[in-house]
Write a protein that binds this ligand. Structure first.
Ligand code: ADP
Ligand code: AMP
Length: 214
């Protein structure tokens, strides 16, 4: 199963991608997590990406497309993968198409999680993220068992710098301008499916599994 998660920042892409990856036993590839790991390790890529991420801007296409193309060539992706946060622009989608053609494969579904803007800011201010393993929680909708501690790896949970309200509004604006055209892009390729992202987390997973089949 080769899948892409689409949706605004905070729509629930990471939350669903983790669950779907576990159900279908495929790797979850989050470009945001890759950048955050590089920032933590203070790599050149991390230093460059941080400048853009802190401002709520997209990291330039040339810094992200090769990373994903290389990741997809790894052995664990041979039977499928779920991409979360990539592609985010039309040029990224085109470069992904090229990489997949060179691997003689294609995407099965682009899953668009649809959430109105007014729900997003509320979600983001309550999001808590684990920098160690990438798990995300919400203080009300999906709380960890112990406050500020990750259930999966016991890492510390933080409010991401880019989840502050003014940065979230900027990210939403950029989503509408640069990323939402991908909805049409995948619709034209007959791979788009849209799920209602305002339902609860488990119901959304059920809807996705119904679409994907066993
Ligand atoms: P994305 O990866 O699209 O940026 P996340 O999966 O990190 O979004 O979700 C954003 C925030 O909203 C997190 O705090 C998450 O726990 C919460 N969340 C995710 N899905 C739902 C949902 N269906 N209902 C309520 N809150 C949700
Ligand atoms: P995410 O964790 O998916 O919300 O991503 C966090 C931030 O990382 C985004 O706001 C961007 O600055 C950057 N980022 C992640 N994926 C991409 C991408 N495919 N293209 C450009 N920037 C990205």
């Amino acid at each position: 199963m080769r899948l892409i998660m689409l949706g605004a920042p905070g729509a629930g892409k990471g939350t669903q991608a983790k669950k779907i990856a576990a159900i279908y036993n495929i790797p979850h590839i989050s470009t945001g997590d890759i950048f955050r790991a590089n920032i933590k390790d203070k790599t050149d890529l991390g230093l460059k990406a941080k400048e853009y991420m802190d401002k709520g801007l997209l990291v330039p296409d040339e810094l992200v497309v090769d990373i994903v193309a290389d990741r997809l060539k790894q052995e664990d992706c041979k039977d499928g993968f779920i991409l979360d946060g990539f592609p985010r622009t039309i040029p990224q989608a085109e470069s992904l198409d090229k990489a997949l053609i060179s691997m003689d494969t294609k995407i099965n579904y682009a899953i668009n999680i649809d959430v109105p803007d007014e729900n997003i800011v509320r979600r983001m201010s309550g999001r808590r993220a684990c920098l160690k393993c990438g798990a995300t929680y919400h203080i009300n909708y999906n709380p960890p068992q112990v406050k500020d501690i990750c259930d999966s790896c016991t890492g510390e949970l933080i409010l991401r710098d880019d989840d502050k309200e003014e940065t979230v509004l900027k990210r939403l604006d950029i989503y509408h301008k640069q990323t939402s055209p991908l909805i049409n892009y995948y619709e034209e390729k007959n791979t788009l499916v849209t799920v209602d992202g305002t339902k609860n987390i488990d119901d959304i997973t059920k809807s996705i599994v119904e679409i994907l089949g066993a």
